[in-house]
Design a protein around this ligand. Structure first.
Ligand code: CTP
Ligand code: CA
Length: 228
């Protein structure tokens, strides 16, 4: 019912969201990942849909139901996620990167399960850097021409404002949303710090569902300002 009465702040917008962790394989049964639950991204997807947007959610491995009316594309690795996102960018008007993308992946993934050889020897893992999905999208023609509004996230364990401001500049996005982790990972509550060219603003601790709605309203306001 709340959804029915939600103001249609994002009517006509096509919102693309990444959420959850990525999983980087080292062999067919093992890999590295991180503790993102995907809850914040899924809450934003739901709120954007309720605000009248057409929403595509590119999700890493998470255990969450798809919000009603949202189109979901499941992916596993950062490379899969980049590919899925790049396929959707041409139609999108807003990109929100909430995914906790693994920064590195094993340099190679064994075709078959790596076996113990009985000698006590451990496998050496070498890593390579994953593509930066947000920075790639922010550099795209659509983003640079103003047709695609990009929003980044940052989970930091300290100096949130400083790190978030620096990250906003580094990624080249108009809006960067910071939160203090890992305490909030997997929780139903969060608190957000919005950093844009005008300054910063806090969305105080609240359920992620509520923060999703507040963030959607803030994005809609900025889109309105940009369009005016
Ligand atoms: N991000 C991304 N692709 C990556 C890494 C990050 O799209 N390979 C996005 C995240 O979804 C988030 C933003 O970039 O919106 C910031 O992610 P974060 O991990 O905080 O920043 P990094 O640039 O990876 O820096 P670091 O982890 O060292 O703080
Ligand atoms: Ca990172």
């Amino acid at each position: 019912l709340a959804a029915f009465f939600a103001p249609k702040l994002l009517a006509g917008q096509r919102v693309l969201i990444t959420a959850g962790p990525t999983f980087e394989a080292m062999d067919p049964v093992r890999g590295i990942t991180n503790l993102s639950s995907g809850k914040m991204g899924f809450a934003i997807a739901r709120a954007a849909r309720e605000a009248g947007a057409e929403v595509t959610l590119v999700a890493g491995p998470v255990h969450l139901p798809t919000p009603r009316g949202v189109r979901r594309i499941d992916v596993r690795s950062a490379q899969n996620m980049l590919e899925a996102v790049e396929g959707q960018v041409p139609g999108a008007t807003v990109f929100i990167a909430t995914a906790a993308v693994a920064d590195w992946r094993p340099a190679s993934s064994a075709e078959h399960k790596i076996k113990k050889d009985g000698s006590g020897q451990v496998p050496a893992l070498a890593f390579v850097e994953n593509p930066d999905i947000l920075a790639t999208v922010a550099r795209s023609e659509r983003a640079r021409s103003g047709s695609l509004y990009c929003v980044g996230f940052a989970a930091e364990s300290e100096n949130l404002l400083e790190h978030a401001s620096a990250k906003r500049a580094r990624k080249g996005v108009p809006l960067l949303v910071g939160n203090i982790g890992p305490a909030t990972f997997g929780q139903d509550d969060n608190a957000l710090l919005l950093v844009d060219a005008q300054g910063h603003q806090e969305l105080p601790r609240a359920p992620k569902a509520e923060l999703g709605r507040q963030l959607v309203a803030e994005i809609a306001r900025r889109l309105g300002v940009a369009a005016a």
